[in-house]
Write a protein that binds this ligand. Structure first.
Ligand code: GLN
Length: 445
């Protein structure tokens, strides 16, 4: 813990930590140390964890990197946090992210952008940019993030770390500040597959506080082996896409050849929905966000406008001053697609397309063990360089499929570009096949 506290101080310029729980974590570490000596320590003793700032930890501040939650302290812990603590992990602090997890570059935080640990002129990706950059810089052993459309996998690819989005329902969302409830999942950023497996063993499983959590038994994810010949599907439409960086494409193709040389079957499949994936994602997630964020009214939580008079004005002014531009944009889009006049033409239609995407994904995974594709079309970009929102939204082109369909997906490092920045390969598997996914990830690393 001392080591990490020093490193956090050394890398302050990353702006990855919003708060370091110095006293708390030192006290926790002492307790765990005593348990280790007594031989009673839990499975995660020695693990130092950083939390994305949208995961609640009792009696600690949590802000979703938004002004609207300024000063707010959580009165309970997220189920994942409780489970980590029960196994003697220690929590070192909370990590900067895009405001309410909306973004792909970690530039929408009220507390300023996070910088990429590999090269500070570049973004770390988003929305879990603080989690990714802190891990890549060696500021903790493991960090948690949340992934609604790619927010764990894309920053993992941009920072050369391992990022896992579990199956929807595998990990409890209780205590995660909701962005789009039918997409959100909490997952780990780690330096290797083994740490991801250790964390997953502890945080997965049914939770009476989250009705969408699955009662399926949790397998031992640390007990993995990659045996036999596997079948991989490559999404042809993604590999042929114009915007895909040639070096990333070449590294991906080399990976495919290596798998073939080992005797695995790797085949191209068609998935003709790439162009509708991001629009479908944004119609449904903004709709869900507009509903989820209606609770931030300037009365119940955090920030309240100083000079508003009366209830209406308090709501209006607190929200006007408390939310950033991107969050407002999404609340407005979401309210629009849910409005009486446009509901059928946008929201209902997007739900239908989501179903088509789910069916097609299931169909592919009925015939193949894994779908593989690059995690992102490019490496990290320079801070402040992407100013067009649509361009930013297209960052998620390869990652949203797993969230629309609910499948587990992982990004592992796949090489370093000639520009010096890392990139990743993404593996997707059938629902609740985390064990197979982790085994495959280990093999590809
Ligand atoms: N970049 C996507 C968005 O802005 C994904 C965010 C996320 O996964 N939380 O919605």
């Amino acid at each position: 813990v001392q080591h990490y506290l020093t490193e956090i101080e050394n890398r302050k310029s990353l702006n990855a930590f919003l708060e370091v729980f110095t006293e708390d974590v030192l006290a926790q570490a002492k307790e765990v140390d005593a348990k280790i000596k007594a031989g009673t320590a839990g499975k995660l003793a020695g693990m130092v964890v950083g939390l994305k700032d949208n995961i609640c930890y009792k009696d600690h501040k949590v802000s979703a990197s938004s002004r609207i939650l300024e000063g707010f302290e959580s009165i309970y812990s997220a189920t994942v946090v409780q489970r980590l603590l029960d196994e003697d992990a220690v929590i070192i602090g909370r990590l900067n992210c895009d405001e309410f997890a909306m973004g792909s570059s970690n530039e929408t935080s009220y507390y300023g952008p996070v910088r990429n640990a590999i090269n500070e002129e570049y973004v770390p990706g988003g929305s879990s940019g603080g989690s990714a950059s802190a891990l890549a810089a060696g500021l903790c052993t493991v960090t948690l993030g949340s992934d609604t459309g790619g927010s764990i996998r894309q920053p993992a690819a941009f920072t050369g770390t391992v990022g896992l989005k579990p199956t929807y329902g595998r990990v409890s969302r209780f205590g995660l500040i909701a962005y789009a409830s039918s997409f959100d999942q909490i997952g780990p950023f780690t330096n290797n597959v083994e740490d991801a497996a250790l964390v997953m063993n502890v945080i997965s499983g049914e939770d009476e506080y989250d009705s969408t959590s699955s009662s399926k038994p949790v397998e031992d994810y640390t007990n993995i082996s990659f045996e036999g010949k596997k079948k991989f599907a490559v999404i042809k439409d993604a590999i042929q896409m114009d915007g895909l960086d040639p070096e990333i494409r070449a590294a991906f193709n080399a990976q495919v050849e290596a798998l073939k040389a080992e005797g695995h079957v790797v085949e191209e499949v068609s998935f003709p929905y790439l162009d509708v994936m991001v629009p479908t994602y944004y119609v449904i997630t903004t709709a869900e966000a507009s509903s989820n964020l209606s609770r931030f009214d300037g009365v119940h939580f955090g920030y309240r406008s100083e000079d508003a008079k009366g209830v209406e004005a308090t709501y209006k002014q607190s929200r006007t001053e408390g939310f950033g531009a991107e969050v407002k944009r999404r609340i407005m889009s979401g309210t629009f697609v849910l409005s009486n006049e446009y509901y059928d033409s946008y929201y209902t239609k997007a739900q239908k397309v989501r179903r088509v995407i789910q069916d097609k994904t299931n169909e592919i995974l009925a015939n193949y063990d894994f779908i593989i594709l690059p995690t992102t079309a490019s490496t990290a970009f320079k801070l402040n360089s992407v100013t067009d929102q649509i361009q930013m939204y297209l960052q998620d082109i390869f990652t949203v499929q797993a969230n629309l369909a609910g499948n587990p997906a992982i990004s592992v490092p796949a090489g370093t570009h000639s520009n010096g920045l890392p990139f990743g390969i993404q593996i997707m598997a059938d629902h609740y096949k985390e064990k197979e996914l982790l085994a495959c990830a280990e093999h590809l690393m």
